[in-house]
Design a protein around this ligand. Structure first.
Ligand code: NAD
Ligand code: MG
Length: 394
């Protein structure tokens, strides 16, 4: 029986992974090792019971007593804290879903790779923060990373094992997010609720707002560079409001392979779960006559400064990805808390990058985890200072 673990089980991707495991037979079909969550321990306990997991771990230490009570008498172990989550990644599991949000997903993913596991990677922040380290750790331990981000799953499928040297360009599609049709001048006053109204995808709060600002697409451009090893100038972004083409690969003979489907993450999660075969999945089938039209347009960089910033990050490399992601996470925290405006998030990230520029160690050397976590910390401190200075100046 295949053994599985889910990191970030109680989130949007985690829930959909759980759904697919249950539909495929649950505890009769999978030996579930570890499930982790943040503070929603009631849901975590329910999932652990349903899948008969070996251990359930919550990030929030204050919730450990509640988790223990909820699982008493089941024989399921419980633990809490970031250290316990990372330790859970040392437990043997054939397939590990990395679906924690943010740089907090990096260490558990890295630990799983060190044991040669197959890592289904939804946590794009770990590739942005530590791409070279992650890819080299996978290679040196015989581990495999399968992309779960819908664009990267689409690219992986469109590539179909062809030689990457035959690829001329990769075209990432972007919905444009909730505010794509707003006048540019009104974006400054967009609220969290408005930025959360994604037209096509139902996702966690942070990635939904990152979709509206296109910080999500900026992370995905870097993720593409790190995962597929193509040059930055081979990566294009196109606005595709219908979100039915999930990305495209253009080959040197001019052919373009596009991956299409309903906007449902259970496709890319299920693909990674069943790879290298394909299983029937409970996703809606496209009725192309009904769809009738697919539209595309070039993204406006004035509206999406994140798409410009990610180019600088890829030119610098080194610790720039770690700084970019950390500053973005902090800027988002301040937007969520109401301190800064929607368009000021990019300003926080840009200022932070320039403040830490002397410490970015340019180039593509493999940096240590300590270097990366050090930059993650420094960029959060600097970004916090920048954001506090901006507060109230909207
Ligand atoms: P989410 O916010 O819905 O869930 C995140 C999960 O991580 C939850 O279980 C939460 O409790 C846990 N978590 C949060 N902070 C934590 C911390 N500090 N330590 C440990 N656990 C923590 O997020 P999501 O939308 O499911 O996204 C998860 C990841 O997948 C992100 O990296 C996101 O970019 C990526 N992704 C998501 C989607 C989607 O459709 N939701 C699509 C593509 C990629
Ligand atoms: Mg995506």
């Amino acid at each position: 029986m295949r053994s599985v673990s889910i990191f970030g089980a109680t989130g949007s991707v985690g829930e959909q992974t759980f759904d697919l495991l249950m539909r495929a037979g649950g505890p009769a079909a999978f030996d579930t090792v570890a499930l982790t969550g943040g503070s929603n321990v009631m849901r975590l306990a329910e999932m652990a019971r349903a899948l008969r997991a070996d251990i359930a771990v919550c990030a929030d230490d204050s919730q450990l007593p509640a988790l223990r009570t909820a699982l008493s008498g089941t024989g399921i172990e419980v633990a809490s804290g970031a250290g316990a989550i990372a330790d859970a990644a040392d437990r043997p599991a054939d397939w590990v879903m990395s679906a924690i949000v943010g740089a907090a997903g990096l260490v558990p993913g890295l630990r799983a790779l060190r044991h040669g596991r197959t890592l289904a990677l939804a946590n794009k922040e770990s590739l942005v923060t530590a791409g070279t380290l992650l890819m080299q750790t996978a290679a040196s331990h015989g581990a495999r990373i399968l992309p779960v981000d819908s664009e990267h799953s689409a690219i992986f499928q469109a590539l179909n094992n062809e030689d990457i040297a035959c690829v001329e360009r990769i075209i990432l599609t972007a919905s444009g997010g909730a505010l794509r049709d707003w006048p540019l001048a009104s974006l400054a006053t967009a609220t969290v609720r408005e930025a959360m109204a994604h037209p096509n995808w139902a996702m966690g709060q942070r990635i939904t707002i990152d979709s509206a600002s296109m910080f999500n697409k900026a992370l995905e451009v870097i993720e593409t560079r790190e995962f597929f090893g193509v040059d930055p100038d081979q990566i294009e972004v196109i606005l595709h409001p219908e979100s039915l083409i999930h990305s495209m690969v253009g080959f040197r003979d001019g052919a373009i392979m596009a991956h299409m489907g309903a906007p449902d993450m259970r496709h890319s999660i299920g693909y990674a779960l069943n790879w290298p075969t394909r299983a029937a999945l409970p996703v809606a089938r496209l009725d192309l006559a009904q769809v009738a039209t697919l539209t595309f347009r070039a993204p406006d960089l004035a509206r999406y400064p994140a798409l410009r910033l990610c180019r600088d990050v890829m030119a610098t490399r080194g610790l720039a990805g770690a700084a970019f992601n950390a500053a973005k996470e902090l800027a988002l925290d301040h937007f969520l808390a109401g301190g800064i405006g929607f368009m000021q998030m990019a300003g926080v990230v840009e200022d932070t990058l320039s403040q830490v520029s002397a410490e970015l160690c340019q180039g593509n050397a493999v940096l240590t985890l300590e270097d990366i976590l050090g930059m993650d910390h420094l960029a959060r401190v600097r970004a916090g200072e920048v954001a506090r200075r901006m507060t109230g100046s909207r």
